[in-house]
Ligand binder design. Structure first.
Ligand code: ZN
Length: 200
């Protein structure tokens, strides 16, 4: 059972947690993607989407049950609220929401040894189940990014009719869109606006 790549450094843990967290938020929550309405997932669809994000390595045995899927959906919704607050510049609100996720996930530093690896730091107890492991890891990593302890930023796509989230690992921290689809969409709309209203 492992939820980290072999030999991951602390920053590798954070990157994995943030990228998986963002993938989970985008897969399980949100109303729009790249300008189009998004379908709300329920039941088996939710289970499939959650398992698809976590993959075999992230679930230990590749299994997510409906109860896990509901809890992962709740986690994703709470993390989305944190990122939405951050994108509005509401840092106090984001910190309050994140403190709640940290408390509920029972996040705590704990040294683990498994899979022939040497002792290394996790943010959950050895008894934690699948959802607790991911909740604790993601909450700690978002908190580390929010507090400038790691040079990553999480954000909400700035394009209209898209509420996908992203991780920005660039030095300059200038990412604004979830990806090229939205970046190009906004560029094309700006171009069309210029063509319609040429400079006098
Ligand atoms: Zn987007």
């Amino acid at each position: 059972m492992s939820d980290e790549p072999d030999g991951a450094k602390l920053d590798g843990h954070h990157t994995l947690h943030l990228e998986t967290g963002v993938a989970l938020i985008n897969a399980l929550t949100g109303a729009h993607v790249h300008g189009k309405p998004k379908r709300t997932l329920r039941g088996e669809d939710l289970v499939r989407a959650a398992a698809g994000v976590l993959g075999d390595g992230g679930t230990g045995n590749g299994h997510v049950d409906p109860f896990d899927a509901e809890r992962l959906h709740t986690l994703a919704s709470r993390l989305r609220a944190v990122i939405e607050a951050l994108s509005l510049g509401e840092k106090d609100k984001a910190a309050g929401l994140l403190n709640r996720v940290l408390a509920e996930s029972d996040a705590r530093p704990c040294l683990h040894r498994h899979d022939n690896r040497s002792w290394h730091l996790h943010f959950h107890s050895p008894e934690a189940d699948l959802v607790q492991r991911w909740s604790a890891g993601m909450a700690v990593s978002v908190a580390a990014a929010l507090g400038d302890h790691i040079p990553h930023r999480v954000g909400l796509c700035a394009a209209p009719r898209c509420d996908q989230v992203y991780v920005d690992v660039s030095q300059a921290q200038i990412k604004r869109f979830c990806g090229l689809a939205c970046q190009n969409r906004v560029k094309a709309a700006a171009y069309r606006a210029r063509v319609r209203r040429p400079d006098p």
